[in-house]
Design a protein around this ligand. Structure first.
Ligand code: ZN
Length: 441
């Protein structure tokens, strides 16, 4: 080993002399590659020091039978250092008609040619960026070379594991097995939905939202839980630092209700003085609020309410017109004051031409009438509460938009949910926890 390092150093020095100067970049890259190779060889020796992990002629297969020893088999495993060959005792279970390799279980390489360290990297980049970009970053930053498909497969498999852990947590929370340790004054639950572009077969038979025809997206439902302990000098609420955690999935409202409820329990609602649900106007959100968070203060995120006003005004007066601006400004003031009745009355005074616009105005009025009690912004503010304005929107962008809605991306529900699970774990600061739980198990 020492000899090899000496040879390598000599070669780098030679290259430098030949060039007349030291090419630092070329040298560091050459040395990194060489160190990886050396490290790989050390690791390989370490992994094969047991001679293959022979456990006797017969071992339990794990399904109630015995598996017979067949032979030792080599497997190529890509590690963060280099590819290594691992010698493993291979057993066969006749009733299961399958192989059993206890050493693979021990090393956490069952059914995969990637080491846990590499899989962790693949999950990391796959959750952060497009799979092809992740592959490039891995090669550039870590000197680990894999295919784009490998990034996708491994990241999605890890996402599925994260979801399995989350599912077990949900069961615990829903059966009252989670003990909340910390009392928090205020817990906010922000909920929203956002469209994820789908491969064609995932939207078969689903009506499109906008134009007539088939839907091209499926709605991912997202929840962000954060806490608030204090207000600033002006009495404005201050979000507790690093207190945001996220959950999300493409799933029916009922399933999502359990998901967000379990997260809220984990975050301390059983001991919270006040629970606030923030959402846009979507009825399914308030359905979840009624079912899982009875007694919570319900607030329509101000950002969404304002958006409704702006959209309507554009439709009635034409985009960018002075009349549109005047109308929006006046309504926004009323809205900020929580005077929803005046907003609704002003809508009632609109006399738009055209059946479509009239319909939109009626819909707008309905939205504000239905949600009036969730829009008492002045009162909410005087209580030092967040009224939103982008909290919910930002969660959607952070979890879904930035990663899943880049141009040209098309997802399966399974793939999208896996990546959403990965991102939620990461953005909630639980990535490390997930890995620790894995190695403990
Ligand atoms: Zn068996």
């Amino acid at each position: 080993m020492a000899q090899e390092i000496a040879r390598l150093v000599a070669r780098v020095l030679q290259d430098g002399q030949r060039l007349g100067h030291l090419d630092l970049e070329a040298s560091e890259m050459a040395l990194r590659a060489a160190m990886h190779q050396l490290g790989g060889r050390v690791l390989e020796q370490l992994l094969n020091a047991d001679g293959g992990g022979y456990r006797g002629a017969r071992i339990p297969c794990g399904h109630g039978h015995h598996a017979e020893f067949v032979d030792h088999r080599r497997k190529q495993v890509l590690t963060v250092l280099a590819p290594v060959a691992v010698q493993r005792a291979y057993y066969h279970c006749a009733p299961c008609a399958g192989g059993v390799v206890p050493k693979d279980q021990e090393l956490d390489i069952v059914g995969t040619a990637f080491s846990p360290g590499v899989r962790r990297m693949l999950g990391r980049v796959g959750g952060q960026e497009a799979f092809a970009a992740g592959r490039r970053d891995l090669a550039e930053l870590a000197g680990v070379r894999v295919t784009t498909k490998a990034v996708e497969r491994v990241a999605e498999a890890l996402g599925a594991q994260v979801e399995a852990v989350a599912s077990a947590e949900r069961t615990a929370a829903l059966t009252g097995k989670v003990i909340t340790l910390k009392a928090v004054p205020r817990v906010y639950i922000a909920i929203d939905g956002t469209g994820v572009p789908m491969v064609p077969h995932e939207t078969d038979g689903r009506q499109g939202k906008e134009e007539a025809g088939k839907a091209k997206t499926r709605e991912a439902k997202l929840g962000c839980v954060f806490t608030q302990t204090s207000v600033d000098e002006q009495g404005r609420p201050v979000r507790d630092e690093d207190s945001s955690t996220y959950v999300g999935a493409i799933e029916p409202a009922e399933a999502f209700g359990r998901r967000i409820y379990a997260e809220a329990v984990r975050r301390g609602i059983p001991r919270a003085a006040q629970v606030i649900v923030l959402g846009d106007g979507a009825p399914w959100i308030w359905g979840i609020a009624e079912e899982h968070f009875p007694g919570a203060i319900q607030i329509v995120d101000l950002y969404h309410a304002r958006e409704h006003l702006a959209d309507l005004s554009k439709l009635v007066y034409g985009p960018g017109s002075a009349a549109s601006k005047r109308w929006t400004t006046a309504r926004r003031k009323e809205l900020d004051a929580g005077d929803v009745e005046r907003v609704v009355a002003a809508m009632g005074r609109l006399r738009p031409r055209g059946a479509e616009v009239q319909k939109a105005v009626r819909r707008g009025r309905g939205y504000f009438e239905t949600n009036a009690k969730r829009m008492r912004y002045a009162r909410f503010r005087s209580q030092g509460l967040f009224v939103g304005s982008g909290v919910v929107e930002a969660a959607c962008k952070t979890v879904v938009g930035f990663r899943l809605k880049q141009s040209g991306m098309r997802w399966t529900v399974r793939g999208a949910n896996a990546i959403i699970a990965l991102r939620c774990a990461d953005l909630s600061g639980r990535w490390e926890e997930f890995w620790e739980a894995r190695s403990a198990g």
